[in-house]
Design a protein around this ligand. Structure first.
Ligand SMILES: [Zn+2]
Length: 517
């Protein structure tokens, strides 16, 4: 027997995560305060039909305890409902019976008194699928229902139910069940079934269940047969095309430290494993959310970067769902985070080095181009047209105003040669295969703005690019860290420590944590 059936709640007290709705339903029976109809709204697997059946059972149980709100589960009516043989509980799937004739036929039976119990309960699942005519027929009955009839309308999309129907019903919005409660329930089930499991495999199942108790039990079923009742995280991960839970933290560590190579390696690994990108998005968002909260609690200054990263991933998820290419969207979101951090470093460097900047500017000739905000680093001498070469490309890339996916892509490509105003770029297939015409146009426009006119772009896939803006940034960053370490070693504090206490502090005794802050 499937776990989802075996552990389906048989009374209100066994319902998980829908406490508010349960209390309200019990009170309705206790106070005999009935409505014409009830809408149970919520995503799939949160317990809409289960709750509907329990309500039907409570209404018809011969020994129902009003005070505790519990059914006896042994009387003839309880038994019949449990075995799906209760004549006065009519369940209809609106998805398969949408026609007005079906609805008329159904509603004709409404006038007859219940044959077994006290109440006739009509449970219409996916009610938003009904046709307009069917809704109109239903509305007539809902306006003046016989006293012995209860309508329960279950739906995943309550916004598609006509307002006239909604206004005549009492609506319950069933929530996704919190992870903690799903975990607790799974633990109980595993202990009961004699299944071995560890925390990681439990966490993974809870994550995959996404707030649905039913899904959690179905997933548990699969995992149990796959792992022969001895659950382990890596087997379950493989079964569902997900990575182990620590991989998200690893990816972000690489992003935060601007380690382009490691990020690329990770993204390529994801690709080769054919993972579920929707889950990757979920995990990334969860991770960033936790980081934002942590920053807030620790008062670690502004979490602006994190907010921006979060935005990159939410936008990416929406794009991915719209275009159907969720893998590309994920990679682009990651690359945008990377190029944003690079940008930050460049901007900060420019702000903190005014002295050098002025020196450079005075050496420059006055430029004919009316672009005052442009930073003028080592540029070729120019009377006539500005030229791009493989030698000045990295400097040019730092000064152009390029953002978004285009920046992410081109910062990972190498400029191989320039011939007849054609820029020949190469790089790993991971970047080259995804560059769109729009990305190329973005580059051309931003080059135009700083005076590099009439260039065309040619892109080729190669093994891996070596001389890219990204690798240059990374190298620069490493040099900065080395210089910083040297500075610390030569600082008065350390020199004094050594002098006064004989404390020898060497390079390997401390670590520079690269926060960019
Ligand atoms: Zn009973």
């Amino acid at each position: 027997m499937a776990l989802a059936n075996k552990y389906r709640p048989t009374k209100f007290s066994e319902v998980i995560g829908q406490e508010a709705a349960v209390v309200a339903l019990k009170n309705i029976i206790k106070n005999q305060n009935f409505h014409n109809g009830y809408i149970f709204a919520g995503t799939r697997g949160v317990g809409k039909t289960t709750l509907g059946r329990l309500f039907a059972k409570a209404l018809n149980c011969s020994n129902y305890d009003i005070e505790s709100g519990s059914t006896c589960n042994v009387c003839a009516n309880c038994e019949a409902i449990q075995t799906n043989s209760f004549l006065d509980l009519v369940e209809i799937d609106a998805a398969s019976r949408t026609g007005v004739d079906d609805m008329r036929e159904l509603l004709e039976s409404v006038q007859y008194r219940p044959s077994q119990g006290n109440y006739k309960v009509y449970l219409i699942d996916e009610v938003h699928m009904l046709s307009i005519q069917s809704f109109n027929a239903l509305l007539k009955t809902l306006e003046e229902p016989p006293a012995h009839v209860v309508f329960i309308l279950a739906t995943t999309e309550s916004n598609k139910i006509p307002k006239t129907i909604i206004s005549r019903c009492l609506q319950f919005n069933l929530k996704l069940v919190p992870d903690g409660q799903i975990a607790e329930n799974l633990q109980k089930v595993f202990d009961n079934e004699g299944v071995k499991y560890d925390d990681k495999s439990l966490d993974l199942l809870v994550e995959l269940a996404k707030g649905s108790v039913r899904d959690s039990l179905t997933l548990a079923d699969q995992a149990m047969s796959h792992c022969d009742n001895n659950l382990n995280e890596s087997e379950i991960s493989k079964l569902h095309g997900v990575l182990d839970l620590s991989s998200t933290a690893k990816l972000f560590e690489a992003i935060f430290s601007n380690n382009v190579n490691e990020v690329t390696v990770e993204l390529e690994r994801y690709q080769s494993l054919d993972v579920n990108y929707e889950i990757l998005f979920d995990r990334a968002l969860k991770f960033l959310h936790a980081e934002i909260i942590r920053n807030l609690k620790d008062k670690e200054g502004d979490a602006q970067d994190m907010h921006l990263y979060y935005q990159f991933f939410t936008n990416g998820l929406i794009d991915g769902k719209q275009t159907g290419n969720i893998r590309d969207s994920f990679d682009i979101a990651v690359l945008r985070c990377l190029s944003f951090s690079e940008n930050q470093i460049t901007v900060k460097k420019k702000q903190t080095e005014p002295a050098i900047k002025t020196a450079e500017i005075t050496e420059e000739k006055i430029q004919p181009t009316p672009a005052p905000e442009i930073k003028t680093e080592a540029q070729p001498q120019e009377k006539e047209e500005k030229k791009i070469t493989t030698n000045n490309w990295l400097n040019i890339f730092d000064e152009i105003d390029l953002s978004g996916p285009a920046r992410a892509f081109f910062s990972n490509l190498q400029l191989d040669k320039v011939e007849d105003n054609k820029l020949f770029f190469s790089g790993s297939d991971m970047f080259t295969s995804r560059i769109t015409r729009e990305n190329i146009d973005d580059l051309i426009v931003s080059l135009n703005k700083v005076g590099y006119k009439n260039y065309e772009v040619v892109i080729e896939a190669t093994e891996a690019a070596v001389k890219t803006p990204s690798t240059a940034w990374e190298k620069k960053r490493k040099e900065e860290i080395i210089a910083f370490k040297k500075e610390i070693l030569e600082s008065d504090l350390l020199v004094n420590l050594k002098h006064n206490f004989g404390e020898e502090i060497t390079q390997d005794k401390f670590q520079v944590i690269d926060h960019e802050e």
